[in-house]
Design a protein around this ligand. Structure first.
Ligand SMILES: [Zn+2]
Length: 116
């Protein structure tokens, strides 16, 4: 089942319903972020600074992979090469995002019940 907010990732254990509507069926989402997006009725939210930086960090990895196989025209990639390219990009993105978030370079969310 696809996430009801981003419609990209698999919905997980996050269910949301609009309390103003009389429906018993929750809309399933992939993350708290997408749950908040539904709550705000924004649909897909824009990437934050960490996600943008992670995308930028993944770009050279994609270039390195393409150089390693000697191809720059994506139309000539085999199915396996295309899937490997996607894996390289996704892995580099996730690694860069995790590194940024684990390094403490992001502000920690305020604790519930305490002033920020
Ligand atoms: Zn989502």
């Amino acid at each position: 089942m696809k996430c009801a907010a981003c419609r990209l990732r698999t919905a997980r254990c996050f269910g949301w319903f609009d309390p103003r509507r009389k429906t018993g069926a929750p809309r399933w989402v992939c993350s708290m972020r997408c749950m908040h997006a539904l709550r705000r009725r924004w649909g897909v939210i824009d990437p934050d600074e960490h996600e943008i930086a992670a995308i930028q960090a993944a770009s050279p990895m994609a270039g390195e992979y393409l150089e390693s196989i000697g191809k720059t025209d994506l139309a000539v990639l085999s199915d396996a090469e295309w899937l490997t390219l996607l894996e390289v990009i996704v892995t580099a993105y996730q690694d860069a995002l995790a590194q940024r978030l684990d390094s403490g370079s992001h502000p920690a969310p305020p604790l519930p019940g305490r002033a920020a």
